[in-house]
Design a protein around this ligand. Structure first.
Ligand code: ZN
Ligand code: FE
Length: 257
């Protein structure tokens, strides 16, 4: 499975999963259709699946046009998103599986950003190879999604599920927010050497116009405060005494940043 990262709109990423053997493709969160159709044509492949993580327009905006070009494509989304995702045919719940070519994604229910948000996790095909996580607007590199429809405790539960995945998991999140996130992170976790090093790398990449996605979960566990609400240093930094309170304070501060 090859993964193509297509920049869209201001800071969105659309991901095209391609199986060269069968000349088929699946697309994750098509914000729009033009570049997806162009890439499909370049690969001489047909679209068989649209995998949506949640209903926001910058994640489903291309669904209808893609369905018009590939009427046989199947649209997947969360069960709780019924009625909100254009063309949705499959209503997924925690633990459901989605098969694409020779790979299978496990569905994780990760409410918080929206009440219906899901993520797609492809385990590593062989030992030593990466696993792939498509997590929409739940986890970002150095950050997490805003809480539009969920509570802090829901989001902490969702991020805990993602944090439990293997370190070699690549995080294909839907926005290029990394630099701004790390600028915030340094205000609450100044002494974190791994965070300082990552910031330098990311600043360099962004100067060159290079993408910072996919990010690696192993590193996120060490640098992302939104995965580290149980660290005493972070709890002290935001004057909180438990994980939910720490997360709530961090999210509130980031909303104002
Ligand atoms: Zn969103
Ligand atoms: Fe988004």
């Amino acid at each position: 499975m090859h993964i193509y990262r297509l920049p869209a709109r201001v800071d969105n990423y659309i991901f095209l999963l391609h199986d060269p053997t069968t000349s088929t493709a699946a697309v994750v969160d098509p914000a729009e259709s033009t570049d997806v159709l162009r890439q499909l044509q370049a690969l001489n492949s047909r679209l068989v699946a649209i995998l949506n993580t949640h209903h926001h327009h910058d994640h489903v905006g291309g669904n209808q046009a893609l369905l018009a070009a590939f009427p046989e494509a199947i649209v997947y989304g969360g069960a709780e998103d019924r009625g909100r995702i254009p063309g949705q045919q499959v209503f997924l719940q925690e633990g459901d599986r989605v098969i694409f070519a020779d790979r299978t994604a496990e569905v994780l229910f990760v409410p918080g950003h929206t009440r219906a948000h899901i993520a797609y996790f492809f385990a590593a095909p062989q030992p030593g190879e990466p696993a792939e996580l498509f997590c929409g607007d739940t986890l970002f590199s150095g950050g997490c999604g805003r809480l539009f429809e969920g509570t802090p405790s829901q989001m902490v539960a969702s991020l805990s599920k993602l944090r439990a995945l293997p370190d070699h998991t690549r995080i294909w999140c839907a926005h290029e927010y990394t630099l701004k996130n790390l600028q915030f992170d340094l205000t609450v976790d100044r002494e974190n050497v791994a965070l300082q090093q990552y910031y330098t790398e990311v600043e360099e990449s962004r100067k060159r116009g290079a993408a910072t996605i996919p990010a690696l979960l192993g590193r996120e566990k060490r640098i992302n405060p939104f995965l580290r609400w149980d660290e005493p240093t972070l709890q002290r930094a935001v004057k909180a005494s438990n994980p939910i309170q720490t997360f709530t304070r961090l999210r509130g501060m980031k909303d104002q940043f």
